[in-house]
Design a protein around this ligand. Structure first.
Ligand SMILES: [Zn+2]
Length: 106
C-alpha cells in the first residue's frame, strides 16, 4: 500500500488543519514490551530451564504453531504536525502487507 508522506489534516494541539508528516508507528507486542511479565514466564530461554519433563507448548519444536501465519500486519500511522511538531496517531488502523511512503508534492 502506498501512502503520501505528508497529509493536510487536523492537529489537536493547534486546533486547526496543518501539514503533517506521516510515519508508521511501530507498535510493540505485549510480549516484547513486558518480556518477563506476560505469558513468557515459562520460556526456557528467558528464565533458564524450569522444571522437568513437559513444559507445555515450549516442549514442542519451533514452527508449525498457531501464530505467525498472517501475511499482513496492522498498520498504525503517526502524524507529526509541521507547525507545533507534536505527534498524534491516527484513530484507525487497518491491515496491509506492505506500507510505503511516497512523495506527492516532490
Ligand atoms: Zn500542531
Amino acid at each position: 500500500m502506498k501512502l503520501p508522506k505528508t497529509r493536510f489534516t487536523f492537529c489537536p494541539t493547534c486546533k486547526k488543519h496543518t501539514d503533517h508528516k506521516v510515519a508508521e508507528a511501530k507498535k510493540k507486542t505485549r510480549g516484547s514490551a513486558h518480556p518477563l511479565s506476560w505469558g513468557n514466564r515459562l520460556r526456557p530461554k528467558l528464565r533458564g530451564r524450569i522444571g522437568m519433563g513437559n513444559n507445555g507448548k515450549y516442549s514442542k519444536p519451533p514452527g508449525g504453531r498457531m501464530f505467525n501465519k498472517k501475511s499482513s500486519k496492522k498498520v498504525d500511522l503517526r502524524f507529526e504536525c509541521g507547525v507545533c511538531k507534536k505527534q498524534h496517531i491516527a484513530g484507525k488502523s487497518w491491515r496491509a502487507r506492505k506500507v510505503e511512503f511516497k512523495d506527492v508534492r516532490a
